[in-house]
Design a protein around this ligand. Structure first.
Ligand code: FAD
Ligand code: UDP
Length: 386
């Protein structure tokens, strides 16, 4: 039975649900699963999209290629608890993510590493020489506050402009000097030949894809899934005791304190009649001469063998679904005011990337959801189901 057709008629007994969960992404689905399976709670989970999985949703396109509808999602974490938990619903395919950047007509490793410097400047530096090379270019910054400071203080202005300035201006619609340091700090700078994009100990893809993993997570008999339903539409129609909201927190409060800014993306998905398009999964395009930030080729992520290949261009935009909370002081201040408002509404718990207005990766959302589900159940004095 497909998840869309799942109807446990949990409400038929007239008692309603223990929890209404808004959003069937990682945050909502993990909390649904935990509260149902561990604490025997009856859950209704709704999403206004026609599918589960939130932004991690993947699907087979009309050519039979597994693609990520909302851009490349690569799972990586240092949290063993998160791995152990998700491993109940999926097996894993080892995948170590590497990225190239298209700079000055060349394709070079990103994060910047020894190879990047040697190729870009036609040099043959050793790791020690590369360190000295960067140290000579790095600009001292008194206090590292912004995403510009982070990079300029490590590699100097030229490399900053080649790799970070344009990409960040396109991605966020503002200059790196206006963004919190946390944004570009996500990308390391290296002077060795290490070329992995992430440093995490666990880097894998769900073997049968994210959607399959979510289907398993939500298949518990105490969970009913309703898709294509907005919270505003459903809230008067069902009875429930508690609400978990994983959509944008400002939308829940009808933007009463003003709109929290989010950055969106347009995705251009293409299938090409050739086996390969590029030499690895992701190529970044930092130059402002082109509108897209990166191109992803999914076969590298999924391991799928196919005569054709599918790729996605990402075009950042101010319009469309809210994908990225924008980390900068004014936005954090406004979020804090919404959080204070939420404190006065104990009947609703906010979670996930949009509910928390945090630039969380998937593993961070899972970790938060596990903690919140446990805390909510315990606060209600719930015992673990046998
Ligand atoms: P979401 O996945 O956004 O789910 C929230 C759901 O709530 C949505 O499906 C939405 O439709 C629904 N919803 C909202 N409001 C309502 C409403 N009023 N009524 C009904 N439904 C509602 N993380 C990584 O770890 N690795 C990566 O490689 C990675 N790549 C990414 C690439 C892109 C392009 C993006 C945008 C994100 C990426 N992430 C990645 C981050 C990852 O997508 C998030 O951390 C994670 O999916 C967030 O889960 P969530 O449940 O909080 O939110
Ligand atoms: N970034 C950049 N150039 C790159 C890659 C990343 O300037 O080639 C900056 C950019 O601001 C980006 C941030 O680093 O938004 C974080 O990059 P990451 O790859 O983690 O972004 P995500 O996958 O979350 O979109």
């Amino acid at each position: 039975m497909g998840i869309a057709a799942l109807s446990s008629e949990l409400q038929a007994n007239g008692e309603g649900f223990d929890y209404l969960i808004v959003g069937a992404g990682f945050a909502g689905s993990v909390m649904a699963e935990r509260l149902a399976a561990q604490y025997g709670q009856r859950i209704l989970i709704v999403d206004r999209r026609p599918h589960i999985g939130g932004n991690a949703y993947d699907e087979y396109n009309s050519d039979g290629l597994l693609i990520h509808r909302y851009g490349p999602h690569i799972f990586h974490t240092n949290a063993q608890r998160v791995v152990d938990y998700l491993s109940r619903f999926t097996e894993w395919r080892p995948y170590r993510h590497r990225v190239l950047a298209s700079v000055d007509g060349m394709l070079v490793p990103m994060p910047i590493n020894l190879t990047t410097l040697n190729v870009l400047y036609s040099l043959n530096l050793s790791p020690e020489e590369a360190e000295a090379f960067l140290a000579a270019r790095a600009e001292p910054v008194d206090e590292i506050r912004t995403s510009e400071d982070v990079v300029v203080s490590k590699v100097g202005r030229e490399l900053y402009e080649k790799f970070f300035r344009g990409y960040t201006r396109k991605q966020w619609g503002i200059d790196p000097s206006e963004l919190d340091r946390s944004v570009t700090s996500r990308v390391p700078i290296r002077t060795t030949t290490e070329d992995g994009y992430f440093n995490d100990t666990f880097q894998c893809m769900p073997r049968e894809g994210y959607t399959r993993m979510f289907e398993k997570m939500l298949s518990h008999p105490n969970i009913e899934v309703r898709l294509g339903k907005d919270y505003k539409e459903i809230r008067e129609q069902v009875k429930y005791r508690k609400l978990i909201y994983t959509g944008p927190i400002d939308e829940y409060f009808d933007h009463c304190l003003g709109k929290l800014p989010y950055r969106s993306l347009e995705f251009r998905h293409e299938t090409l009649d050739q086996k390969r398009f590029q030499s690895l999964a992701v190529v970044n395009y930092p130059s402002e001469d082109v509108r897209h930030t990166r191109i992803t080729e999914y076969k590298y992520l999924t391991g799928q063998v196919h005569e054709k290949t599918s790729i996605t261009y990402e075009y950042p935009s101010d319009h469309g679904d809210p994908y990225y909370p924008i980390p900068r002081p004014a936005n954090t201040e406004l979020f804090k005011r919404y959080q204070a408002l939420a404190d006065g509404h104990p009947e609703v718990t906010f979670a996930g990337r949009l509910g928390s207005y945090r630039y969380y990766n998937m593993d961070q959302v899972v970790a938060q959801a596990l903690v919140l589900a446990e805390r909510m159940a315990k606060n209600e004095g719930r015992k673990q189901a046998a």
